[in-house]
Design a protein around this ligand. Structure first.
Ligand code: HXC
Length: 514
């Protein structure tokens, strides 16, 4: 018995070395951690239980029979983050470049299946050369098996992806099907076709970084939700992200009391809005001042900065915050902002996270680029997402709620549960001057002093509509609140909505305008 145990300990030690010391050093030289080192940083100390450590590939083609390494390029198992269960798979680049084989597909699928069965989040750490070329279609089939599971797990358990090295070809689609993608700057990349293929097909000269680096995906394509300077920071932030989320769609998000008084007033908010309605202010200041302990984890922070999305806590419970940002494009809704916020709203709805929406929106972004780019189709995504979601929705209009964008931003008409407005809010079809120029066009043209008439009519229209009272008179706004009391008002609302029950009509699934 002792001998057998010893033998297995030796095999274990060997498996832990993956592709060997030389390749581990090469990994370090690239500024990357190994799969096992990543897991160590990610999970609570000593909590990792590895599965399938002795699995080997079964390929004998192209000399692969002589290249079997225990574990076969992916480390899988379960452990804890802040004493909450997670499943994890980490591709080991030191073993055949972390490529996907038939055998290691089965390992990944096993933890995906177990995560689903037990209602526990799954974290994928990606660092791989893609399909293992020597295995041909077996590897492609493997990707298909993983994709199918990602889709079935979507909305049931949180799925988080870290990209810590290469992620190319069809393999990008597994992370793309998960809820959040985190990338490492200058050391990770994602693309469907690499620079060589691009050069051949389109004659464009591109690099790994320019085609699929973290910066590109976190700011331009929106593929990545987060970009971090290195793997250590990424893994620490992944732990933080998970702290906001429930383990599955049947659980409520965790409550973390940090001792921030719920009734805390923020007098400075009474002066946040500039007197000049055309001057911007930083919506982040409002978010910072209403969430518990100023702790806000922004999602997609580098992408579509005209809308802010992220997680915070209020009264200890997680909230998803969506807010127009007047500092960027005056807070207009454009294609990217609509898609970004729609996905975020749907994530929150999947996982019982109440939505707090802070509105200062002059409308949808005008222009040919937006119209021909499909702002109708993409703007409809956000509309759809807000309209279908059933979690508690608390909305605060801080300044402008104009046009269709007023409707979209969790208005009463889209089943907003509590809709508040600050006293200076303007809820109208459009800005007063624009409105008057349309409805009094012919009168203004004929007037002796058109400028004077425009001024007078604008004032008249503003007095009538550029305030929250006409919306409040109709019950579209539940209350007009003092800005400094915003945190307490939202928290009281969320407490009232704690046991909200709402279901949509039965359907196989809706048909969101994709
Ligand atoms: C088998 C592979 C491999 C692959 C890398 N390796 N990619 N083995 N199949 N796809 C092996 C290398 O032979 C090497 O083995 C080890 O991994 C490390 O690779 P290096 O090239 O030495 O590392 P590096 O210089 O850092 O370059 C990494 C790389 C490059 C950029 C990822 O290896 C590369 O371009 N690989 C091919 C990528 C690719 O085209 N993949 C297929 C994508 S299509 P040794 O034994 O020397 O250490 C795809 C389809 C999926 O994935 C479809 C799903 C639907």
């Amino acid at each position: 018995m002792q001998e057998t145990v010893k033998k297995f300990e030796c095999l274990r030690a060997e498996a832990r070395l993956g592709g060997g010391l030389e390749r581990i050093e090469a990994q370090h030289a690239r500024g990357k951690l190994t799969a096992r080192e990543c897991i160590e940083v990610l999970l609570d100390e000593g909590s990792f239980e590895e599965l399938d450590m002795f699995v080997e590939h079964r390929c004998n083609d192209f000399g692969m029979g002589k290249k079997r390494i225990a574990g076969d390029g992916v480390v899988t198992g379960y452990g804890e983050i802040n004493r909450r269960k997670v499943f994890v798979f980490a591709q080991d680049f030191t073993v055949h470049g972390g490529t996907l084989s038939e055998s290691n597909t089965q390992k990944i699928c096993k933890v995906l299946d177990m995560a689903m069965r037990t209602g526990v989040p799954i974290i994928g750490l990606n660092d791989s050369g893609g399909a293992r070329i020597q295995e041909g279609v077996a590897s492609l089939g493997g990707y298909g098996e993983i994709f199918q599971r990602n889709v079935m797990a979507s909305g049931v358990i949180p799925q988080l992806s870290a990209i810590l090295g290469p992620c190319a070809g069809g393999s990008v689609y597994s992370p793309a099907l998960t809820d959040f993608i985190m990338m490492v700057e200058e050391n990770s990349y994602m693309f469907v076709t690499g620079p060589d293929v691009v050069r051949t097909v389109t004659r464009e000269e591109e690099t790994f970084e320019s085609l699929g680096g973290a910066r590109v995906h976190a700011t331009k394509s929106g593929v990545a939700h987060f970009a971090f300077p290195n793997g250590m920071v990424l893994l620490t932030q992944l732990r933080r992200l998970l702290s906001f989320l429930p383990a599955n769609n049947r659980e409520q998000p965790p409550v973390v009391m940090v001792g921030d008084p719920p009734e805390r007033q923020e007098d400075s908010l009474d002066y946040l809005i500039p007197d000049d309605p055309l001057r911007p202010y930083d919506m982040m200041e409002l978010i910072d001042k209403v969430v518990d302990s100023h702790d806000f984890m922004e999602v997609h922070g580098g992408f579509a900065k005209n809308i802010l999305c992220g997680f915070g806590r209020m009264d200890g419970g997680t909230v998803g915050i969506v807010a127009n940002q007047p500092m960027v494009l005056a807070g207009c809704l454009d294609i990217d902002a609509s898609v970004k916020a729609a996905r975020f709203v749907r994530f929150c709805d999947c996982f019982n996270i109440p939505l707090v929406t802070l509105v200062d929106v002059p409308g949808f972004m005008p222009g040919r680029t937006q119209e021909t780019g499909g702002i109708i189709r993409h703007g409809a995504k956000l509309l759809y997402a807000y309209a279908e979601c059933t979690v508690p929705k608390v909305t605060v209009i801080t300044r402008k709620g104009y046009g269709g964008a007023y409707d979209v931003m969790a208005s009463k008409h889209l089943r907003g549960d509590l809709n508040f407005a600050w006293p200076n809010a303007e809820i109208a079809v459009m800005g007063s001057k624009g409105a008057v120029e349309i409805i009094f066009r012919s009168e203004i043209k004929k007037a002796n002093d058109p400028e004077k008439m425009l001024r007078e009519k604008t004032r008249e229209y503003a007095d009538r509509f550029a305030n929250p009272f006409s919306a409040a008179q109709k019950g579209f706004i539940d209350d007009i609140i003092v800005p400094s009391s915003t945190r307490w008002k939202i928290i009281r609302g969320l407490r009232m909505l704690k046991n909200k029950q709402m279901t949509n009509p039965w359907k196989k699934h809706g048909n969101i305008p994709l």
